[in-house]
Design a protein around this ligand. Structure first.
Ligand SMILES: [Mg+2]
Length: 184
């Protein structure tokens, strides 16, 4: 790796998505009571009728990343069961490669393991090829210490919604061929 301009020469090849507050509106699906059931095209309810709804744009984001050939994964501080029930009921699980859903806050460990797994499958990625999206900044410093200088977008702050992720990856792609590195 050179000391300058890596981001200008590379494009995003992996997007790691947080779940609560990033893909859907509920902020802690591990607090909900299984089983869930689908109650609308983009919504499930838990056993007590508490609703979880995908953000508008989440489906377009997942499809758009897939169309671009970008690998999609997840890093979520949750019990696996509620997240994977939602993935299944709303038919979005098929987009995610090796989603990391574990009940601890160490997203750096989750993303490190994900990158090791992908590398073992022949997809070795530089940190500058990884975009991590989360509604909280809680984890990013540690992620960068452990994983390296990944791209980061805070949902709701850096971008208004999921469509902002596509705009960002497209912008990085444009940088590759059309913009000067200085414009970054
Ligand atoms: Mg979150």
């Amino acid at each position: 790796m050179g000391s300058r301009g890596n981001k200008g020469k590379m494009s995003i090849k992996l997007v790691v998505l947080d779940c609560d507050g990033t893909l859907w509106d509920h902020l802690d699906v591990s607090s909900l009571t299984l089983p869930f059931r689908q109650v609308a095209p983009d919504s499930v309810e838990d056993a007590h009728g508490v609703r979880v709804t995908l953000f508008g744009g989440t489906r377009a984001l997942l499809a758009g990343l897939q169309e671009r050939g970008i690998v999609i994964s997840a890093a979520s501080w949750n019990h696996p069961e509620p997240v994977f029930q939602i993935f299944h009921l709303l038919d979005i699980g098929r987009y995610f490669r090796h989603p990391q859903v574990e009940f601890h806050p160490d997203k750096a460990a989750m993303i490190s393991r994900l990158l090791q797994t992908l590398a073992a499958e022949g997809l070795a990625l530089a940190p500058s090829e990884v975009l991590y999206v989360d509604d909280r900044t809680l984890h990013i410093e540690h992620v960068r210490q452990v994983v390296g200088d990944v791209h980061f977008l805070q949902m709701g702050v850096d971008i208004a919604g999921p469509e902002g992720v596509l705009a960002y990856v497209d912008g990085i792609g444009i940088c590759h061929s059309e913009r000067s590195e200085e414009s970054l």
